[in-house]
Design a protein around this ligand. Structure first.
Ligand SMILES: [Zn+2]
Length: 441
């Protein structure tokens, strides 16, 4: 529901991402969009105009956060213990969920949605084999890009799989997207190069190019992937055996150095792809991706938890790669809180690579740069005239450093989502507020 009357939000600090942070600013919105943003005095004698005023007083307003990688379906599996890496973890994940019925999945997805919203996420990039994420996200206020996960190593099944997934997408689209086409969008997520055959990947790439869609995929996440590509070994083999997926993979196996090598040599890379993880990608791999203008997503806490290593963001920056941040699922993370993810990233990059990410750069990774990665920087990621009114309101009156820190430092290091996040606005409407949340507990 949108407001027909323009509303002016007044706040001590406004981070727009478009100019220097505004001290004593106003954000004027109407329906779903921002009409103007500026200093309070720029709005003239607003009290005499037909404008509703909300004075947030000692607050900081900033663009909503964009989580570039999640799997809401796994929000309630509990954190699965796995220092043995990705594939034993996947085996445990499959086993934990084997008795779940539809209501358990729905419950799990909503647990994730509520956690994302209550920590300032306004846009979620979701990866799922099920239509339930779209069903539940369409009922929530969140914006989302949902990648329907595609698996298929048997080359002879390509057209069948494609036919079925296109049908699933069209069904999902007509049930959950048609009323609000801009808020929930669908695409495909070929799970990873080791799970999708050459011809199937080719068809999905073709589809993405013809329909101007992004393709979401996992790339070079764990050390076991290279072992598979190089000599059919590693922990993946046992996992695939346990879920009866090994046979077609062996049948069509060809030797490559890595998943990226497989995609590159078969001409299966394009700028439509968003690659996630890349903890095990070397400089050659990353150079290939940069040449194709592929944007990347880092999920540091999940990678750390699964013992997959970590992305070298210093190198990513040197190569000029555009990157953002995702949380992955709560099955391999503490929570979906992007500010916590960002703080972990900053510390880890500093310790591991001596790489200092300034607060402003870090903030852009979950706002404006993230919007660019999903090709939405013309309407999201900034508080700017004509953009969607997706923003957060933080109470900063008790925040240490409030009077002297620069606003990017304040948001990236000092605010606490549990305590300080007051309101989340999406599409010009209040999507979440702290008090309401407390009342429902
Ligand atoms: Zn993932």
């Amino acid at each position: 529901m949108n407001n027909s009357q323009p509303t002016l939000h007044l706040s001590e600090i406004i981070i727009t991402n478009n100019s220097e942070p505004i001290i004593n600013g106003g954000l004027l919105i109407e329906d779903s969009k921002i009409i103007a943003v500026g200093k309070t005095e720029d709005f003239g004698d607003y009290k005499n105009k037909n404008i509703k005023i909300i004075n947030h007083k000692d607050s900081l307003i900033c663009p909503g956060f964009i989580n570039l990688h999640s799997h809401l379906l796994y929000s309630k599996t509990g954190k699965i213990n796995s220092s043995d890496g990705l594939f034993p973890w996947l085996e445990q994940l499959v086993s934990n969920m084997k008795d779940w019925q539809e209501d358990a999945y729905i419950n799990s997805i909503n647990f994730g949605i509520n956690q994302a919203l209550s920590t300032g996420t306004t846009f979620l990039v979701e990866n799922t084999p099920s239509n339930l994420s779209a069903q539940e996200l369409s009922k929530s206020p969140l914006r989302a890009l949902i990648g329907i996960e595609v698996f298929g190593s048997d080359e002879s099944e390509t057209e069948n799989i494609l036919h079925n997934t296109l049908e699933q997408m069209s069904n999902c689209h007509s049930r959950f997207c048609e009323n609000d086409i801009k808020r929930i969008e669908l695409t495909f997520s070929p799970h990873a190069p080791y799970d999708v055959s050459k011809p199937l990947w080719k068809r999905l790439l073709q589809w993405s190019q013809e329909n101007s869609k992004l393709l979401l995929t996992h790339l070079e996440e764990s050390p076991d992937e290279k072992l598979w590509w190089q000599n059919k070994s590693g922990k993946a083999v046992n996992f695939w055996k346990s879920i009866n997926k090994l046979e077609p993979k062996l049948k069509y196996w060809e030797k490559y150095n890595s998943g990226i090598d497989f995609l590159n040599k078969n001409n299966l890379l394009s700028k439509n792809i968003i690659g996630t993880h890349l903890c095990q990608a070397n400089k050659d791999n990353l150079t290939v991706l940069k040449e194709k203008n592929i944007n990347l997503v880092h999920c540091p806490r999940s990678n750390y938890y699964l013992n997959n290593g970590t992305a070298n963001l210093k190198l990513w920056n040197e190569l000029g790669i555009l990157w953002g941040i995702g949380t992955d699922s709560i099955a391999s993370n503490e929570n979906l809180d992007l500010l916590q993810e960002l703080r972990f990233t900053i510390n880890q990059q500093n310790i591991t690579y001596g790489f200092n990410i300034p607060a402003k750069g870090a903030f852009k990774a979950i706002t404006s740069n993230a919007a660019k990665i999903i090709s939405k920087d013309h309407e999201l990621g900034y508080l700017k005239e004509g953009y969607y009114a997706d923003f957060l309101v933080y109470d900063i009156k008790d925040t240490p450093g409030y009077t002297y820190q620069d606003p990017y430092n304040l948001i990236v290091f000092d605010v606490d989502n549990d305590k300080d996040l007051k309101e989340v606005w999406i599409n010009g409407s209040r999507a979440w507020m702290k008090e309401r949340m407390l009342n429902t507990i």
